[in-house]
Design a binder for this molecule. Structure first.
Ligand code: ATP
Length: 299
């Protein structure tokens, strides 16, 4: 059984600068690099690296970045035949300035991600798919339809409500597994704050709206899983974190890979925590994601 991901693909354009430029200023940068990104593509790659069969559904523009993103997925073993081209629209990009103090300034242009439509959800081929992963970097109407299509096809739905935003009422009961960080839990739960001390309570409250399993990730403090009226805290291994970019995406991809193999949620969360702990010790998004062998070796 396999995993499908319905979501975003971006090219991250990263410029290192000594300091942030002022408005109107031209500042010489130190370096430039391009990195494939987008939460959808990141989760697809994280999942494939853990050995799962993964298919990606989304949109890119008919430009060089689009072609590069599709081939980057294929190199990782992700089936990118469901990534369609939207003519006349740019591929999604994130322009990122990072200064010497590691502060960043980011502007995301959704481009073709913003063109993902309900018809794309209707066209998904889900035969053999056990789990559909959704995030919120493509239009909400398309996300909702994808959840409906998946449920009708007998697939489970895992939603990562990032970037944080309110969900339509109709989406809640279609979500089997909700995985979110503290900021997203705070917004969706309407709470003043979510942290390790109250994450189980927040998860219980979110679960009451529909999802059977709710996992709140807590950065260096690990994660809390709530299901069937019970919660469990999973601590994260202590590591020297150098870059937490895509820690959440690594966690979700690894969790999904184990779940489609039939692992229990306990075992899947333990594996996801180990995978994410490795990712934070390396620089980059997809570049930092470990393989299955690496996770098993370091456990
Ligand atoms: P991001 O937006 O950076 O991708 P996130 O905010 O969605 O991440 P986090 O809760 O920060 O998600 O991290 C996800 C998981 O990554 C955590 O549950 C934990 O397992 C792991 N993790 C994150 N930071 C650390 C750390 N400093 N040490 C060990 N594990 C970490």
């Amino acid at each position: 059984m396999s995993v499908a991901v319905f979501g975003s693909l971006n090219m991250d354009l990263v410029v290192r600068v000594p300091r942030m430029p002022e408005a109107g200023e031209t500042l010489t940068g130190r370096s430039f690099l391009t990195n494939p990104g987008g939460k959808g593509a990141n989760q697809a790659v994280a999942c494939a690296r853990q050995g799962a069969r993964v298919a990606m559904v989304g949109r890119v523009g008919d430009d060089a970045f689009g072609a590069e993103l599709r081939s980057a997925l294929a190199v990782q073993g992700v089936d990118a035949s469901g990534v369609l081209e939207t003519p006349g629209v740019s591929t999604g990009v994130a322009a990122i300035l990072v200064d010497d103090g590691a502060q960043n300034c980011i502007s995301v242009v959704p481009g073709a991600n913003g063109q993902v439509a309900e018809a794309d959800a209707d066209a998904m081929r889900l035969a053999g798919t056990k789990l559909l992963l959704l995030q919120l970097e493509v239009p909400m109407a398309a996300v909702l339809r994808a959840a409906q299509v998946a449920r009708a096809a007998g697939c489970q739905v895992l939603l990562n409500p990032a970037p944080a935003q309110a969900l339509p009422e109709a989406l809640w009961p279609l979500v089997d597994i909700l995985v979110l960080n503290e900021i997203e839990a705070k917004l969706l739960g309407g709470l003043a704050d979510v942290h390790a001390g109250n994450a189980a309570e927040a998860a219980a409250q979110l679960s009451a709206r529909g999802p059977r399993d709710v996992i709140v990730t807590l950065g260096a403090e690990g994660a809390v899983w709530f299901a069937d009226g019970k919660s469990r805290h999973f601590p994260a291994p202590q590591v020297r974190a150098v870059d937490t970019t895509a820690a959440g995406d690594t966690f979700i991809g690894a969790l999904a890979a184990l779940l489609v193999e039939g692992a229990t949620m306990d075992r899947a969360v333990e594996h996801a925590i180990r995978a994410a702990a490795i990712a934070v010790t390396r620089v980059g998004a997809q570049a930092s994601m470990p393989t299955r062998a690496e996770v098993l070796t370091r456990s």
